[in-house]
Design a binder for this molecule. Structure first.
Ligand SMILES: Cc1ncc(COP(=O)(O)O)c(C=O)c1O
Length: 461
C-alpha cells in the first residue's frame, strides 16, 4: 500500500504560482475519487494538504460507507447509453485481451484526475522497481496525456511572471511552446549541460541580486535533438547545484528506455534525496504515441498542485488509453515490459548505426556528428555553413528532403545555427540513403553559393 510521509524539507509552496495557489479542486473530481474508492486518496499526504481539506470529511464518510450506500452524486453519463459493446485488442506477440462489461464501462467513463487507480498502482510499483527513489513514500504519481502535457502543466503550476527557468541549449522546442517568462540557456558540451557554466551562471545571478531560477528543464537520456545521455557524474553535479541554489529539476525522459549503452542510465529520480526532481515518463516512444499516456513522478505536494492544472483543462488523460496500458502491463508483467523495451532498443540502435554509416558514406568531408547514445535523432553540424535554415526550409524541400534546421532547438531561434536534426526512427534504409545523398548534394551546392548565404545573414542581423 502507498503510505505517505512528509519528509522532504523543501518549501513547496514557494514553487507555486499565484494562479496555482488560487486554484481549488473541483468537488466533483474529488467525488470521482470516492466513487472509484482510490485508497491513496484517503491515506495520501495530498489528502492531508489544505487544498483538499474541504473534502476530507466527505471522503472519509464516503470511503467508510458500505457498498449498500446509494449514490446520487455523480454527474457521469450512464454507460448503458454508450454504443460500444466490446473492444478486443490483438498484440504483435500473438496474445490478446478484451474489454467488456463493467471494465469496458469504466474504460469509457470519467475517472479521478490523478489517473485510473489500477494503472496508478501498477506505475507506482514499476517506478519503485526501476528507479528505487529515496523516500518513496513522500512521492506520488499522476497520469498525464504524454510528456508534453506533463511539462506544460508542471510549468503552469510553478512558473509565474518574473520567474525563470534554466534549460540546456539546444533543447526540445515543446518547452518554448508553453510560453515561459524567462528562459536561461546553458550551453552543452558532448556530455550535455556544462556544469561549470551552470555554476557560474547561478553564482553571478545570485551576486547580482536577481531572482533565482525555480526549475531546470533537462532531457537527460537520448536528448532531443543531440542524442546525448548525460553521464552519472554530470547528473550528480547538476543535482548538487539544484540543492545548493534551491531549484527543482524537471527531467523530461521519454527516451529513458531508448538508450544504446549497455547500462541503464541512473535517473535524476534515483539521486533525489531532497525531493527536488519532477520526472516525466511517456509511453509515446515505447508503446504508442497516439494513446497519449505519460506520467509524472514527483514529491506529493507538487503532484497535488500540478493536478489542479489538469483539472482546469482536460480533467484527466483518456481513460480508454489508461485501461489499455494497464491491461498491457498486467498481461506482460515487469519482465515482459522490460523485454519489450529491450527489443525497442535493439530496433533503434540498428537504425542509429545505419544512419551513422550512411552519413559517413555521403557526408564524410562535409559535416561533423557525434554518434547518438539514445533517442531518435542524429545531430549533424555542417562545415562551412553559417545557418541551415534557408538551405533546409527553402532549397531542401525543392530538392526532395525534409529535416529540421538546428535553430529550431536553440533558445534564440533567430540566431544562425549550422546544425540539422535528422530522424532515424521511421524512414526505410533506402530512404535514409537517398536523404543523406540529397543532403550531400544540397550542402555542396550551398557551399558553392556560400557568399550569398553570408550576405543574407549579414543583412538579417
Ligand atoms: C524530449 C521530448 N519531450 C516530450 C515529448 C513529447 O512526448 P509525448 O508524446 O509524451 O507528449 C517529446 C516528443 O518528441 C520529446 O522528444
Amino acid at each position: 500500500m502507498h503510505k505517505m510521509k512528509e519528509q522532504f524539507e523543501v518549501d513547496y509552496l514557494s514553487f507555486r504560482t499565484e494562479v496555482s495557489k488560487c486554484r481549488k479542486s473541483l468537488a466533483t473530481r474529488e467525488l470521482s475519487k470516492i466513487l472509484v474508492k482510490d485508497p491513496t486518496f484517503i491515506i495520501g499526504s495530498r489528502f492531508l494538504t489544505n487544498v483538499f481539506s474541504r473534502f476530507r470529511l466527505l471522503a472519509k464518510i464516503a470511503y467508510s460507507a458500505s457498498s449498500s450506500v446509494v449514490s446520487l452524486a455523480e454527474g457521469m453519463p450512464n454507460e448503458a447509453t454508450f454504443p460500444f459493446k466490446e473492444i478486443s485488442i490483438k498484440l504483435n506477440d500473438g496474445s490478446s485481451f478484451t474489454l467488456d462489461g463493467q471494465e469496458l464501462g469504466a474504460a469509457l467513463q470519467y475517472i479521478p484526475s490523478q489517473g485510473y487507480p489500477p494503472l496508478l498502482q501498477s506505475l507506482r510499483e514499476f517506478q519503485r522497481r526501476v528507479h528505487a527513489p529515496p523516500l518513496w513514500e513522500s512521492r506520488d504519481i499522476m497520469i498525464v496525456s504524454g510528456a508534453q502535457d506533463g511539462l506544460s502543466k508542471t510549468f503552469e503550476a510553478i512558473l509565474g511572471p518574473g520567474d525563470s527557468l534554466l534549460v540546456h541549449d539546444p533543447f526540445y522546442p515543446g518547452v518554448q511552446v508553453v510560453g515561459l517568462p524567462e528562459v536561461i540557456p546553458i550551453p552543452q558540451d558532448e556530455y550535455g549541460v556544462d556544469a561549470d557554466i551552470l555554476r557560474e551562471t547561478l553564482r553571478n545571478r545570485k551576486l547580482s541580486g536577481k531572482k533565482m531560477p525555480k526549475i531546470m528543464y533537462i532531457n537527460s537520456t537520448g536528448m532531443n535533438p543531440t542524442g546525448i545521455i548525460i553521464p552519472l557524474e554530470r547528473r550528480k553535479e547538476i543535482y548538487r547545484l539544484a540543492c545548493e541554489y534551491n531549484f527543482l529539476i524537471l527531467d523530461d525522459d521519454p527516451y529513458h528506455f531508448v538508450h544504446f549503452d549497455d547500462v541503464e542510465p541512473k535517473s535524476f529520480l534515483s539521486l533525489d534525496t531532497e525531493g527536488r526532481v519532477i520526472r516525466l515518463d511517456s509511453f509515446s516512444k515505447v508503446i504508442s504515441s497516439g494513446l497519449r499516456i505519460g506520467f509524472i513522478t514527483a514529491p506529493a505536494p507538487l503532484i497535488a498542485s500540478i493536478e489542479l492544472h489538469l483539472q482546469s483543462s482536460h480533467l484527466h488523460a483518456p481513460t480508454l488509453s489508461q485501461v489499455i496500458v494497464y491491461r498491457l502491463m498486467k498481461l506482460w508483467g515487469y519482465d515482459g515490459i522490460m523485454n519489450h523495451f529491450m527489443g525497442i532498443r535493439r530496433f533503434y540502435k540498428q537504425r542509429r548505426d545505419v544512419i551513422a554509416r550512411l552519413a559517413e558514406k555521403h557526408l564524410n568531408d562535409l559535416v561533423d556528428f557525434v554518434l547518438p547514445k539514445g533517442g531518435f535523432f542524429l545531430w549533424i553540424k555542417v562545415r562551412g555553413i553559417n545557418d541551415t535554415w534557408k538551405m533546409i526550409m527553402q532549397r531542401g524541400i525543392t530538392e526532395g528532403i525534409i529535416m529540421v534546421p538546428g535553430s529550431v532547438f536553440m533558445k534564440d531561434s533567430s540566431k544562425p545555427c549550422n546544425a540539422i536534426r535528422a530522424s532515424f526512427a521511421k524512414a526505410s534504409y533506402e530512404e535514409m540513403d537517398l536523404a543523406m545523398k540529397r543532403l550531400a548534394d544540397l550542402i555542396r551546392s550551398e557551399l558553392r553559393n556560400n557568399y550569398s548565404i553570408m550576405n543574407e545573414n549579414l543583412f538579417i542581423n
